[in-house]
Structure formats: structure tokens, C-alpha cells
Design a protein around this ligand. Structure first.
Ligand code: D5M
Ligand code: FE
Ligand code: ZN
Length: 484
């Protein structure tokens, strides 16, 4: 955390007195606290002192207290729309790869990566009652009774009679598992490299006949966190600034609504942007023909201007996607400092994926490239229904289970694509669709796009649903979508 705080300080072009460093590190969210402090000052000081920090916190505390309990605030304040401008920003990056990448892509990296994936997800599975007493595959294969085991899926194939056969592996052995077509397990989504539990019985030919498939999944429904500020969070994705198909007129309409709009507009305190923020350069063949801005910094500068035109009280968190100027392999780090410095200080940069805490609500933000692989491996799913793909990710507790498909994955020491903590909100973009839904208490958001249909998408029959703004109330979890 110390390293992160200090690199943030130098990135902001200031220094922090040693006492101020110790003070901030003794609190939760040191970076967010410092960010709030800097935002409250006019101009960046050469040195930030302990006194600056303590005074700024006191002022912020008083401002929040008076907004909550001021004479105009009615008793039911928490259930009404708050004014975003009255609430101090509260954004924390809980987990992302930025500054932590270690992999070089060696054979040892791959082995270590998969071992971490297997062990982390096995730990989650072992806490499931259905899998208590699960055995090693080597031992289970010698059993003649019902067996319970855990493994990573090495292969999934369909037989000509419509059954599915999985090859399941652990560190001791591998076994073939039959998922009969006419059984309860027929509809369970299963993909390569996923970690699952199986309950079944061995037949005389050494084939495990599955009675049930147990994915790690989420615990059954949780309540929405209580006591959050009555402000809202809006979601953007796939803005693709720099493309000829960027919908500038629709963007302007949204900007006008945010600036002059109703109570709803005024309650939006945070914006989360889920990647493909610009169109990029050389992302696909002959992209030049479709670019309005053919310089990558020019594209980010244009985006920075568009964001600067939004109301000043909005805090923005931005993660990259496959069109952005960072490595394509996931997990992707935050955009480089050379890009970050083009933006105002209300924009916070995080990796893809990122576990965030915004106004005390846990937000898992992921661009969503793995949906290209899931849609082609899960029968019955489609680009029009990204919510089904997001639910599959939550059931698998993994954002990009399939290795070696269209989604490039960097074999980091730890698998950052595992859904370790259960979020309150899970947001993706990438498929240029839109939707809000709920799965076991988690609010799901697919955050639309601000790009019209491209020639490539037309060829592939991908119908985008652009210029929609999903909005979630932090106090209640209630989600709506506004069209522009
Ligand atoms: O992706 C925009 C949409 O186009 C999204 O639905 C995926 C689809 N797409 C883009 N590239 C590919 C490839 N190579 N295969 C399959 N589908 C694709 P965007 O990331 O904005 O280009
Ligand atoms: Fe996109
Ligand atoms: Zn994308």
C-alpha cells in the first residue's frame, strides 16, 4: 500500500511529508483519502503536510454531516435522491493487476497459474456441503460406490447421441465423466479449463456417470449493503472515441441531461467506464478506414475533453478493454501514465478486471472479452443476452475460464480472473449490448456502447444497443436504464 500511495503521489506531481504518509497509511483507503484532499485544493501544492491532510478530512466530515442532517434534510433522506454534489467522493481500488504483474510466459508460469486457479477454486468448492469428503481422482477411480470429486475440465465434447463427455483432471489423475443428455446435468454450462465438482458413480468401464455437477457459484442471495449514501452510479462502456462511428450526437444529449437534468441526473455521483474507451490504432485489419482520429493520444485527448464536459461533481473510474493502449493479455493494467496525465484529476484509472469499492458498494468491473469465447462454447447463449454469460461467469466464479481461445490470458502467479470476493454490482461491456439483472443478490450490468454498428459487426450480424445508460442507486441497489 505504501508503494501504491507513493507512486500515486509522484504521479500527481507532489510530495508527501513523512508524517502525512504514516497518518494516511494508518487509515483505510490512503489513496482515496489523498485524492479527495488534492481534489479539494486549488492547484497542487509542492508538499502536502500532515496538517493539510487532517484539516481537509475535518472539512469533508463536516460537509457530509451537514448534508445528512442539515435543517432541510427530511427524516426519510436516505430513501430519496441525494444531490451528488453534496457527497465527497469515495472510490477505492481493492484489487487489480496494476504494478503487480510478474509473468514472463514461461512454461513454469503456466503451471503455476493453473495450479493457483485449481487450488483457489477447489477451496471454494470444498466448502460446499454436496462435496464434503471429496476424494482425489486417483482414489475415486477405485471406488465402487457414489463418489465426489473436484477437477479442472481438460476437454468437453458431445457424443453423437447428444450426451456430453468431460475429461476431468486433478494433480493425481484424470477421469472421463458422462453427462447424460436426458438428465438433470444436461443443461449445466461446462467449459474447458473450468474447475467443478462432480457427484456420480463409476461404471465398470471406468467412466464416471454424473448425477450432479457442482460449480463454485455464489452463496445464496445476500442483502444489499445498508446505510449507503443516497447517490447513484452510472455505467458507460465501449465509447470508442476516435472511430467514425462514435455517436457524438447521442453523447451530447447525455451530457446535456447530466448537466441540466432532473433529480435523477443530479443524483449521479459516480461513473464507471468498462473499457474500449477509445477505438485504438491497429486493433483489427484495415481499421484506418474507420478512424476519425488516427493518433492514439489524439483519441484519448478527445475522450478527456468529453469527460471534462460532464458535471464537475462526478468521479470517474476507467478500466481498459481490448481496444485500449495497454497489453491485450488479461488481466490488463491501468492505462499508462502518459495517457492518464491527459485527464482531469476526477478520473481514476484501474486495471481490467478491477475489484472496486465505490461509496461502500463493491463493484467488480470487467471489460468482458471472454464473452466471445463463452458465447461460442455455451449452447443457447447469444450476444443479445449478455446477462446469461455474466451469470455463467458468477457460477464458475471465473471471468475468463477458457484458456487459449480468443481471450488472451497472461499466466500471472495468481489467477486474477477468479471472482474471489462476491461483489454487490458486477459490470461488463464489450458486446455493445445493454441490460440489468440480478443473480443471487448481485446486480448485473452490461453497459451498452457509444458506437454505432461497425461494418465488421454488420458482417457478423452483431446488432448493437448503443447510447443506453444503466444507473444503479447505491442506497437500494435498484437499477434502471436510460436511453439517449
Ligand atoms: O467488440 C465489439 C463486438 O464485436 C463484440 O460483441 C465482440 C464482437 N467482436 C469483435 N471482434 C471479434 C472477433 N475477433 N471475433 C468475434 N467477435 C468479435 P470490440 O471489442 O468493440 O471490437
Ligand atoms: Fe468495444
Ligand atoms: Zn471490446
Amino acid at each position: 500500500m505504501r508503494e501504491r500511495l507513493l507512486s500515486y503521489v509522484s504521479q500527481k506531481g507532489t510530495l508527501l511529508e513523512p508524517d502525512a504518509v504514516s497518518y494516511l497509511l494508518s487509515k483505510d483507503d490512503p489513496v482515496a483519502r489523498l485524492d479527495r484532499l488534492l481534489a479539494s485544493l486549488t492547484g497542487t501544492p509542492l508538499v502536502v503536510t500532515l496538517r493539510d491532510v487532517v484539516e481537509a478530512e475535518e472539512i469533508a466530515r463536516r460537509a457530509v454531516a451537514s448534508a445528512r442532517a442539515g435543517p432541510e434534510a427530511p427524516a426519510s433522506f436516505a430513501r430519496e435522491s441525494g444531490r451528488a454534489a453534496d457527497h465527497a467522493p469515495d472510490v477505492r481500488i481493492v484489487r487489480d493487476i496494476t504494478g503487480h504483474s510478474t509473468c514472463e510466459g514461461t512454461a513454469e508460469d503456466f503451471t503455476r497459474y493453473f495450479r493457483h486457479r485449481f487450488h483457489s477454486l477447489s477451496d471454494l468448492l470444498r466448502s460446499r456441503r454436496e462435496l464434503s469428503g471429496a476424494q482425489d481422482i486417483a482414489k475415486a477411480k477405485r471406488s465402487t460406490r457414489e463418489v465426489r470429486l473436484l477437477g479442472m475440465v481438460a476437454d468437453v465434447r458431445a457424443t453423437k447421441n447428444g450426451h456430453r463427455i468431460l475429461d476431468l483432471e486433478d494433480e493425481t489423475d484424470s477421469v472421463s465423466v458422462l453427462l447424460p443428455a436426458d438428465s438433470a446435468v444436461a443443461s449445466e454450462p461446462v467449459v474447458r479449463d473450468q474447475v467443478i465438482g462432480v457427484v456420480g458413480s463409476m461404471n465398470e468401464r471406468g467412466l464416471l456417470i454424473a448425477q450432479s455437477i457442482v460449480p463454485p457459484d455464489l452463496p445464496t442471495s445476500r442483502p444489499w449493503p445498508a446505510g449507503r449514501d443516497p447517490v447513484r452510479i452510472a455505467f458507460l462502456s465501449d465509447i470508442h472515441v476516435g472511430s467514425k462511428t462514435f455517436l457524438e450526437d447521442k453523447w451530447s444529449r447525455m451530457r446535456e441531461w447530466l448537466q441540466d437534468g432532473d433529480d435523477l441526473a443530479r443524483s449521479i455521483r459516480y461513473l464507471v467506464v468498462s473499457g474500449d474507451v477509445v477505438d485504438g490504432i491497429g486493433v483489427y485489419p484495415n481499421q484506418d478506414d474507420e478512424l476519425a482520429v488516427d493518433d492514439i493520444y489524439g483519441q484519448y485527448e478527445a475522450l478527456a475533453r468529453h469527460l471534462a464536459d460532464l458535471p464537475d461533481h462526478m468521479s470517474v473510474v476507467m478500466i481498459p478493454g481490448n481496444h485500449d493502449a495497454v497489453r491485450p493479455a488479461e488481466p490488463q493494467p491501468a492505462l499508462p501514465v502518459s495517457v492518464q496525465k491527459l485527464f482531469d484529476s476526477n478520473v481514476i484509472f484501474a486495471g481490467n478486471p478491477s475489484a472496486l469499492e465505490i461509496g461502500g458498494v463493491r463493484v467488480l468491473a470487467y471489460h468482458g472479452r471472454s464473452m466471445d469465447d463463452l458465447v461460442s462454447n455455451l449452447p443457447g447463449t447469444s450476444y443479445q443476452r449478455p446477462m446469461d454469460l455474466m451469470k455463467a461467469m458468477l457460477r464458475m466464479r471465473h471471468l475468463a475460464p477458457i484458456y487459449g481461445g480468443k481471450t488472451p490470458i497472461a499466466p500471472e502467479a495468481e489467477d486474477h480472473l477468479i471472482i474471489q470476493e462476491v461483489p454487490d454490482i458486477f459490470v461488463t461491456g464489450h458486446v455493445h449490448s445493454v441490460g440489468v439483472d440480478r443473480y443471487r443478490g448481485v446486480v448485473l450490468v452490461n453497459a451498452s456502447t457509444w458506437q454505432a454498428q461497425t461494418p465488421y459487426q454488420k458482417m457478423r450480424n452483431i446488432e448493437p444497443m448503443p447510447a443506453r445508460l444503466p444507473i444503479v442507486d447505491l442506497a437500494t441497489g435498484q437499477a434502471i436504464v436510460r436511453s439517449f
